[in-house]
Design a binder for this molecule. Structure first.
Ligand SMILES: *[C@@H]1O[C@H](CO)[C@@H](O)[C@H](O)[C@H]1NC(C)=O
Ligand SMILES: *[C@@H]1O[C@H](CO)[C@@H](O)[C@H](O)[C@H]1NC(C)=O
Length: 533
């Protein structure tokens, strides 16, 4: 008995030793990994300009135009010819077709927007190319003490480099001073921890790092390389690709939110619904009648004029194809793109917060691919759902082409690790690439607002929905009834009869909704406050 007990104990001890050994090994390899990561990042900046632009140019031309054409739909092979024909047909409309559109503009049914006259001032909008240029905005300035500071994130009093700013600093009042002192204390601690002698900036609330350009949503993220972030001398250009149906208010919110962080919006519209029915080009109509004039110079219009084969039977094909076409056609029309520019793809109801995207634009040293933790809500920002929606949305243009073959839908899937080009790309980049997310489960870095329409818009979305996400509520006439839909909005209920159990929200809470909507509260009240409560 005693011997048995003894044996048992020895066994236990052996197990313990083994476990401890394994644990130590784990810790060691983790440390190794961190060290390697740090090292590699120090070695070289992310894709400095020496990355072979020619290789990349070749990738595009080769891939996009020949092998990587979208999955052939019935008309893909003659797309170019087809487009030319479209242009010609539209030509009959006269010199100023969109001008004539306006008297009808209130009547959606009679709206007959086709593509603009190729000889008109707009040219062939859906074939134009866009030349990316460097953003001349001075995001960073040198302070008197020689620090290099992100202008918006730094206390004006600290910069104090001209009288105008001093006046503004005075207006800022006492409130910020206390915070600045705290922030300075913190950055002093950071300094001594890294043993550096660096003139640091004095950050405003919400901004971090020695240059005050790291927003809280990055500071509190799981980015593994926070220690080696550096402001760039020349900002990256950011390309934001989206498909649009009738999310026009959210589109205003996006444009205003991202106008200075994004250099180019690729906006794709189809004359087919996701279900495969014919549909008007509403976005084009708005683009032509001046609704988006404040950002028109940053929009490239993409027209999807066919429906993918099999999309009617399997709606997911149609769903994916929209993103594939958007990325292929869009990126093939962008000139002057650099490997370290950023490609960001969203659904129309996913709006990234400006600060996170601006960070990607202005800093070196983050890894990719990048996802975004978004606040989730239904019917409006008033029904907030628990947790966040964390969607893979961004990577460099280099990664888009080297790993994802230029296809935005692949980026949105979480499979980068097993993509055939990944290992090679990682090796060439000289970094260990790990996915990270802007924001965190408790720090929103954007907004996902599902079904955020007036009741008519929801009904419309039901009818247009793809054929694959079952049950397809648009197939039930009683679910499209406006009074029924109002009831859902009122209670936060869902089409399956479940009633939402959402906590109360307050428009004053941080990150409640995109800033532009809040600023124009009356105009967008229907998504900010429950209209039927
Ligand atoms: C553009 O058209 C839309 C929809 O027809 C209309 O509501 C809007 O007022 C028009 N905008 C301008 C600037 O004409
Ligand atoms: C969409 O536009 C293309 C090109 O103008 C045309 O050939 C096609 O018939 C249109 N489809 C629908 C459903 O309107």
């Amino acid at each position: 008995m005693a011997r048995l007990y003894q044996q048992g104990r020895t066994k236990m001890r052996r197990h313990k030793v083994f476990l401890f050994g394994a644990l130590a090994l784990c810790v060691l390899s983790l440390l190794q990994y961190c060290k390697a990561l740090h090292h590699m990042l120090m070695l070289r900046e992310l894709y400095d300009s020496s990355v072979n632009l020619k290789t990349l140019g070749f990738l595009w031309r080769g891939n996009v135009h020949s092998e990587m054409r979208p999955v052939p739909g019935p008309r893909t092979s003659d797309t170019d010819q087809g487009n030319a024909e479209v242009g010609r047909r539209i030509g009959r409309g006269g010199e100023d077709p969109w001008g004539k559109e306006q008297p009808d503009s209130g009547n959606v049914n009679r709206m007959t927007v086709t593509l603009p006259d190729p000889k008109g001032p707009w040219g062939e909008l859906h074939k134009r190319s866009f030349h990316l240029r460097d953003d001349p905005t001075t995001f960073f300035v040198h302070s008197k003490s020689g620090a290099y500071c992100f202008r918006e994130g730094t206390e004006m009093a600290f910069l104090n480099d001209d009288s105008g700013q001093r006046v503004q600093a005075a207006r800022e009042g006492q409130r910020k001073i206390l915070h600045a002192q705290q922030e300075e204390l913190k950055s002093d601690q950071e300094k001594s921890a890294r043993g550096e002698r660096l003139v640091k900036c004095m950050c405003r609330q919400g901004w971090h790092g020695p240059h005050c350009g790291i927003p809280t949503m990055v500071q509190h993220s799981n980015l593994p390389t926070k220690g080696s972030l550096m402001p760039r001398m020349v900002p990256r250009r950011v390309i934001n690709a989206i498909n649009i149906n009738h999310e026009f208010d959210l589109l205003h919110a996006r444009f205003h939110e991202l106008a200075d962080a994004v250099d180019l919006f690729l906006v794709c519209e189809s004359n087919f619904t996701a279900y495969g029915n014919s549909k008007q080009l509403h976005f084009l109509h708005l683009l032509l009648n001046g609704t988006y004039n404040y950002v028109r110079h940053k929009i490239l219009y993409i027209f999807l004029d066919h429906f993918p084969k099999g999309g009617q039977q399997n709606g997911w094909i149609a769903d994916d194809y929209l993103r594939t076409f958007l990325s292929y056609d869009g990126m093939s029309r962008v000139q002057g793109v650099r490997p370290d520019d950023v490609f960001l793809i969203n659904d129309a109801d996913e709006i990234p917060a400006r600060e996170g995207i601006l960070f990607l634009k202005l800093y070196n040293g983050w890894t990719e691919p990048v996802s975004i933790h978004m606040r989730k809500s239904l019917y409006g920002f008033f029904w907030r759902q628990p947790g966040t929606l964390d969607v893979l949305s961004a990577c460099t243009v280099a990664m888009l082409f080297a790993v994802y073959n230029g296809d935005g839908i692949s980026l949105r899937r979480r499979e980068y690790f097993s993509m055939p080009g990944f290992r090679n790309y990682q090796r060439k980049s000289g970094h260990i690439l790990v996915q990270w997310s802007i924001g965190s489960p408790v720090h929103y870095a954007g907004w996902h607002c599902s079904w955020c329409f007036r009741p008519e818009g929801i009904s419309h979305k039901l009818i247009s929905a793809q054929n694959g996400d079952f049950p397809r509520w648009g197939d039930y006439i009683e679910k499209r009834d406006l009074n029924y839909i109002k009831g859902l909005i009122q209670t936060g209920g869902w089409f399956d009869g479940l009633v939402g159990e959402y906590p109360p929200t307050d428009p004053k809470e941080p990150m409640y909704a995109p800033k532009y909507l809040l600023k124009n509260f009356q105009l967008y009240r229907y998504v900010l406050e429950n209209p039927y409560a």
